[in-house]
Design a protein around this ligand. Structure first.
Ligand SMILES: Nc1ncnc2c1ncn2[C@@H]1O[C@H](COP(=O)(O)OP(=O)(O)OP(=O)(O)O)[C@@H](O)[C@H]1O
Length: 231
């Protein structure tokens, strides 16, 4: 077990270089608490997506250590890795939806994989669709949705199974102000329920007035923009 009792995420001197020589992250160290909401900002190409991909094991660090809940995720294999993945909900920038399946089917996946009861799944899907103003799209094939609608389905899928860690990449990029507020309400609700939430964004409307910690990636280095207010 780890020494860092309060930390959900520990990144220690993490670097990521893509071949041939693109230094996306260099020497990044940060600790993100359990139950924290954390904003990761930075210009296009600053390394935000890379940061999130390292946290969900989609990429491997070139150097450094990443612990989630006290465990080095890049050393996990088999069942331990699958169990860890079930606790992490990710909304990808390019959505990664099953475009020939319906909205409801896409959202239900993580709950089905962890054997939740069909009745519970139906209730959760309905509730998420209402919160994200998508109730009329329940049976629509996701390939027929607008980008803004697909983005919200990706978010609903990420949070459906109440993961302890939620990673979202540009969750509001394609949305108007009212729908952006809905997305942020949902993420805030998940955070209040105990989830650690990491939001990568360049939409300053969602972090301008926040009380949460904001850090910025610049040239692969992480800089503190503002401290979060401790609860
Ligand atoms: N698979 C890859 N192979 C090579 N280079 C990559 C790869 N993925 C990202 N990069 C490069 O790494 C750098 C950081 O990219 P990343 O996608 O993490 O930035 P970002 O901050 O998420 O950008 P955006 O806001 O545009 O999505 C960029 O220079 C990008 O071109």
């Amino acid at each position: 077990m780890s020494e860092n009792h309060g930390a959900m995420i520990e990144m220690i001197k993490v670097s990521k270089t893509y071949l041939p020589d693109i230094k996306a992250l260099s020497d990044v160290s940060v600790s993100i608490d359990q139950g924290e909401m954390f904003f990761l900002i930075g210009m296009s190409g600053a390394g935000k997506t890379t940061f999130l991909k390292l946290l969900c094991n989609m990429e491997t660090p070139t150097n450094g250590l990443i612990e989630i809940g006290g465990r080095d995720i890049h050393k996990l294999r088999g069942k331990a890795l699958a169990k860890m993945r079930q606790k992490i909900g990710v909304a990808y920038q390019d959505f990664k939806l099953l475009t020939e399946r319906t909205v409801a089917e896409n959202i239900a996946i993580s709950m089905e994989v962890s054997y939740k009861k069909p009745q519970l799944i139906r209730k959760r899907v309905k509730d998420l669709l209402e919160r994200l103003a998508l109730s009329d799209k329940h049976d629509t094939v996701t390939g027929e949705l607008s980008r803004g609608e697909q983005q919200r389905v990706a978010l609903a899928r990420a949070v459906a199974n109440s993961p302890t860690l939620i990673l979202v990449d540009e969750p509001t990029g394609n949305l108007d102000a009212t729908t952006t507020a809905r997305v942020m309400d949902l993420l805030t609700k998940c955070n209040h329920a105990g989830a650690t939430v990491v939001i990568a964004t360049h939409d300053d409307s969602i972090y301008r007035h926040t009380q949460h910690r904001i850090m910025e990636l610049r040239s692969g280095k992480l800089h503190l923009i503002r401290e979060g207010v401790k609860p």
